[in-house]
Design a protein. Structure first.
Lengths: 545, 310
């Protein structure tokens, strides 16, 4: 029989062959199979997946053969292509909020594909759309069919996108990082849904991801890509138990695993407190008659000198808001937040600037946290210049070079612009900037969530070493439990602006007291198919309770 | 291995090398450069006097002695159009520079204070509610028509637009992470305005400024035509048009040559504006194709997203 999808010797290059993004990739997707393509950014995995629907970025030069349900995609005429897209293969995108058009109802958007492929009767279409929404687990689909995308949560939007993909019952579903933009607990639901698509509808699924946990959870077979080439192809059980390629082994080693973090002796004395939050409240004022939005409600914690406190939570839990409040970017509206013993509610102007001088801040997205008109040197020197910390230009120069060395970047980086650096290098520059004034306290807001796992591992290692050497206290904010466990002494779990649990990293991870913490821990897919299957069963029993 | 993560995007060359690959920008600059050069060099070189009256040779068609003919006072039309170019270009330069600097200052300051923002923006709204030409006409009629009053009037006309544009961009920039990063290290507002907001506003400003330059030339011509611009006998394209209107049946070339000059200048400026916009837009960086002819062809060829097959 014909394979749903077969790619042979696919080559994609740009700039007249100057950049080879995909080199000689061949793979096939069997009926009813879930095949995962794994790789880091720039490995060509997304390009490969998009080429199945003949969607290339401008300027791409393509060579090879792609046969989708027996038909050659690259040679297809525009009319044939229109039919293939949607009917033979459909795509699920990464970011559900941009994949849906905000000005149309979700029912209209799902129906659009049905109409394009010949379902003319409106009532018939509507019934089918409602049926689809029910299939993907949207509660009360009769009402929700007339909702606009902004009325749904992120997970529900992704379900709608999947419903759009399923509308014409395609033989192949291509899911490009379908859960990357979602929280772990929501991710678990979407992965279940994809699995059901395969089990109940018999679709073959090609899933693109960088998350090895997702692979272990879902995939039957795995293709590992690196720099545009396939380095390893194996069934998922084999790949995780005995990886053959060097790169796969490195990738697996770089993934932080829950419950395997080394215990850190907590020898910090609680006498000297860097940060104290007492029943902290942060409420964003509502505009023009809208109700104010409480972001943080009654959170109490403290950080001792030299201690790393990890804050974990899903999006909207208020974890970033707390971090921003420390440097006064978010206002404290209730309770007390004392930084070095000074209450942030009653400090303004020069006193606030002096406080900020003692705190470093590392931002989430290294791409946007630098002014693209400033060189790396200027970026790192900025805090020193702002506070006139060093007397002369040579002193400034040697301090910046010293900082570059501390974050393990070569000296000649100083003259380059942030845009020319890779994500990992940029985050190192971000770290150097935060360290410039020798702060006693560092706030790191998701510093590694925009990075690939192997780079994340290196940046975390650097952070830990610097923390030990320089002895600063830190508030480490992340959505990734494994990362937080690896790096912090104590961990706090936030949900909807409330602190549910606070304890030593080991205690919280091994014996969580709160149900939500347990759900959070169990929702993280583990890069091991056997363990993950057991965990999945646990989560199911928990959710059904 | 981190080195390879950026390779797909490809390195963006320096601004100059990218500018050299932008046909709009090059043509625009060549046109405007030629006009400016001609206006500065040619009158001296050929001994042209835009004010020399020759009553015997009134409204003469183009000849060897007068390549573009003469006007209703027998003045050499070539000399007057060249002198008009220098009037128009210097006026537009003065207006653009003043309006841009004032607009940027007002826009950035407005984005930092809510109270000031409301006050300034309502004033801008008020000024923008009146059509530009009408406002300029009213202002020059009040102040009296001469060069500096014309500059003041046109600056008042253009500042609100620039201020709004800059303010909108500055407000968006204020929520960018790198600005928050600067706040977090304790930088003062002035530092943030100068070091972070200003350079990032320049890109949108550069585009807007070229269009304002072009618009100034058109408005100046219109005002002069209506008698509220540069007072005669000083040469200006608007004045030539006005004179040409009276003699349009006898010497249609007067109107023709003057308006051609305006059209070429404005086209050149619009091309610069378009080119700058492409240059400023970071998405254009990866899209350059080798070969001048190919790129020119690319201006009219539809874009495809389906890739090319070998």
């Amino acid at each position: 029989m014909t394979m749903p999808l077969r790619i042979e010797n696919l080559k994609i290059s740009f700039g007249r062959g100057a950049v080879e993004a995909v080199r000689d990739v061949s793979l096939e997707l069997r009926p009813g199979e879930i095949l995962a393509v794994v790789g880091e950014s720039g490995s060509g995995k997304s390009l490969t997946a998009r080429s199945v629907l003949k969607m290339f970025p401008e300027g791409a030069i393509v060579d090879g053969r792609i046969s989708l349900t027996g038909q050659d995609v690259l040679a297809a005429s525009p009319a044939e292509l229109e039919r293939l897209r949607g009917e033979a293969a459909a795509m699920v995108f990464q970011e559900p909020s941009t994949a849906l058009n905000p000005v149309f109802t979700i029912g209209w958007q799902i129906g659009e594909g049905l109409k394009a492929h010949g379902m003319r009767d409106r009532r018939e279409r509507r019934t089918r759309v409602i049926e689809l929404l029910r299939d993907v687990g949207i509660p009360d689909p009769e009402t929700r069919v007339d909702y606009y995308p902004h009325q749904l949560s992120g997970g529900q939007k992704q379900r709608v996108v999947i419903a759009m993909a399923l509308a014409l019952r395609p033989a192949v579903i291509i899911a490009d990082e379908p859960t990357t933009a979602l929280d772990v607990t929501v991710q678990a639901g979407i992965l279940d849904l994809l699995r059901r698509c395969r089990d109940e509808l018999g679709s073959s699924i090609l899933i693109i991801t960088h998350n090895l946990g997702v692979v272990a959870d879902l995939a039957d077979r795995v293709v590992v890509m690196y720099q545009g080439q396939i380095v390893e192809e194996a069934s998922s059980t084999v790949l995780f138990s005995s990886p053959k390629a060097d790169y796969t082994r490195r990738l697996l080693a770089a993934v932080p695993r829950l419950g395997e973090g080394t215990a850190k002796e907590d020898n910090t004395s609680r006498k000297q407190l860097v940060l104290e939050a007492d029943r902290l409240e942060i409420t964003f004022p509502g505009r023009f008659g809208k109700t104010p939005v409480p972001a943080v409600r009654g959170v109490s914690f403290d950080i001792a000198a030299g201690e790393v406190l990890g804050l974990v939570g899903e999006s909207g839990s208020g974890k970033s808001t707390i971090g921003r409040a420390v440097v006064g970017i978010s206002p404290v509206t209730g309770g007390a937040m004392k930084l070095f013993g000074t209450d942030l509610r009653h400090v303004k102007g020069d006193r606030l600037r002096q406080l900020r001088r003692r705190v470093g801040f590392v931002f989430q997205d290294p791409a946007s946290s630098f002014n693209r008109f400033m060189t790396v040197f200027d970026c790192i020197a900025e805090p020193l210049r702002v506070h006139r910390a060093l007397p002369s230009a040579p002193a400034l120069r040697s301090r910046v070079l010293e900082l570059l060395e501390q974050v393990q970047l070569p000296r000649d980086m100083a003259g380059r612009y942030p845009g020319e650096l890779s994500g990992g290098q940029r985050q190192r520059v971000g770290l150097a900037r935060a360290l410039a004034l020798n702060p006693e306290f560092i706030v790191a807001d998701e510093p590694t969530s925009a990075l690939d796992v192997s780079i994340q591992a290196k940046v975390l290692e650097l952070f830990t070493t610097l923390q030990k050497d320089l002895g600063f206290a830190a508030l480490f904010i992340s959505h990734d439990l494994a990362v937080v466990e690896e790096i912090s002494h104590r961990v706090g779990v936030l949900r909807h602006g409330e602190l549910l649990e606070l304890g030593s990293a080991r205690e919280v991870m091994s014996t969580p007291r709160h149900d939500y913490t347990r759900l959070l821990i169990d929702s993280v897919p583990v890069p091991d198919p056997a363990v993950q299957a057991r965990k999945r069963a646990d989560v199911h029993s928990m959710l059904s309770l | 291995m981190t080195v390879f993560t950026n390779t797909i995007v490809g390195g963006r060359g320096g601004a100059f090398s990218r500018a050299m690959q932008n046909p709009h920008l090059i043509f625009g600059f060549v046109i405007i450069g030629c006009i400016a050069l001609a206006a500065v060099v040619l009158p001296g070189l050929l001994g042209l006097d835009s004010l020399a009256v020759d009553p015997l040779n009134r409204l003469k068609p183009p000849s060897v002695a007068h390549p573009l003919g003469t006007d209703n006072f027998g003045r050499d039309l070539a000399a007057r159009i060249l002198a008009g170019a220098s009037t128009s270009l210097s006026l537009a330069t003065a207006v653009t520079l003043l309006a841009a600097s004032l607009g940027v200052a007002v826009g950035i300051v407005a984005s930092f204070s809510r109270l000031l923002d409301h006050v300034i923006m309502r004033i801008c709204d008020g000024l923008m509610a009146i059509p530009a030409l009408l406002l300029a006409l009213a202002l020059t009629a009040t102040f009296g028509p001469n060069f500096s009053n014309l500059v003041i009037a046109l600056v008042i006309v253009f500042v609100p637009g620039i201020a709004r544009l800059v303010r909108a961009r500055a407000l968006a920039l204020r929520s960018e992470t790198f600005v928050e990063a600067a706040i977090a290290v304790g930088a003062s507002n002035l530092h943030i305005m100068v070091r972070h907001i200003f350079p990032n506003v320049l890109s949108v400003l550069a585009v807007q400024v070229t269009f304002i330059f072009a618009e100034t030339i058109v408005i100046e011509a219109a005002l002069s035509f209506l008698g509220a611009g540069v007072p005669p006998p000083a040469p200006s394209w608007g004045n030539i048009l006005y004179d040409g209107k009276a003699a349009i049946t006898k010497a249609p070339y007067m109107v023709l040559f003057a308006s051609t000059a305006i059209v070429i200048t404005v086209t050149g400026l619009t091309m610069i504006g378009d080119g700058l916009r492409d240059l400023v837009d970071p998405r254009m960086g990866a899209r350059l194709q080798p070969g001048m002819a190919r790129r020119l062809f690319g201006l009219i060829r539809p874009r495809t997203s389906e890739g090319e097959q070998q």
